[in-house]
Design a protein around this ligand. Sequence first.
Ligand SMILES: Nc1ncnc2c1ncn2[C@@H]1O[C@H](COP(=O)(O)OP(=O)(O)O)[C@@H](O)[C@H]1O
Ligand SMILES: [Mg+2]
Length: 256
Amino acid sequence: MPTKIICIANQKGGVGKTTTAVSLAHGLSQKGKRVLLVDLDPQGQSATALGHSPEPGVFYLLTMGTTPQESTFVQSWMRFSGREGLYYFPGDQQTMAAQTVLNAQDQPISAIRQSVSRFFKEELHYILFDTAPSVGGIQERAVWAADLVIVPTATEFLSADGVSKVLHMLSILQEKKNWHGNLLGILPTFFDEQTRESKATMDALRERFMTRILPPIHRATILRECAAEGRTIFEMDPLCRAAKEYQALTQLVMKY
Ligand SMILES: Nc1ncnc2c1ncn2[C@@H]1O[C@H](COP(=O)(O)OP(=O)(O)O)[C@@H](O)[C@H]1O
Ligand SMILES: [Mg+2]
C-alpha cells in the first residue's frame, strides 16, 4: 500500500484539529500501521500532546534542499513518540519563518508533497498533517499534498461558514491546481445533544453538507486532560466514549 497522506484542516482555531490528528495517528498505529504525524502548526502542540517538546524540525523540512546531506539532516528530526509505530515530526515557532521562506522562494504548490515524499514515504503507511488555524502558503500546500482531508468543526453557531471556506479552498485547488486528493469528511466536534446550539448546528451542517458529515465527536472533558497530560485518549481511558468515537474514525480512515 502506498503511503496515504491525510491533512487535518480548518482555518478556525480551537475546533479539535490537534486532538483529531493526535488521536487518529495513535489509533492507526495501534492497528499496526506505521504513522508519522507532522506538526505544521507553529504552536507545536502535536508534540506536547504526545508528551514531548516542540522542536524546529518542520522549519528544516520546509526549507532545505535535496542533496543527500540535507536529506539526512532533515530526516534526523523525525522522532519516535514512544508508542509502537507512531513517529512525529516536530514543529515550533520557527515554522512561521519557513512560511516566509516558502513564499519568498515562490515554491510550487507541490512543495510539501515533494518534501515528505522524498524524505519519508518509503516505510510509512500514513503521514498525518496537523495544521495551523490560518490560511497561507503552508496550509494550501499541506492540503494539496494530501490524499485525504478531514475538516473538524466545532458544533457551534457559524461553524458552517468556516467549513464553507475550507471546501471553497478544496474546490479551487481541484479546479486550478490539479489537486487529486479527496475530502474524507467534515468532523463535527464538541458535540453535545443537550444544548440547543449544538443540535441546531448539527442539523444545519447535515442539511448543508449532507453525506460529507462524519459521525460526531462529543464534547468530553477528558480530551482536555489528555492534552494537558501529554497522553492520548487511548492511553487515558480506552473505553470512554471519546476513545470509541476516535476508534470509529480510525476504522473509517482505514477503509479508504
Ligand atoms: N471533543 C472535545 N471535547 C472537549 N474538549 C476538546 C474536544 N476536542 C478538543 N478539545 C480541547 O479543546 C481545545 C482545542 O482543541 P484543539 O484540538 O487544540 O483544537 P485546534 O487544534 O483546532 O486549535 C484543547 O484544549 C483540546 O484538549
Ligand atoms: Mg491545533
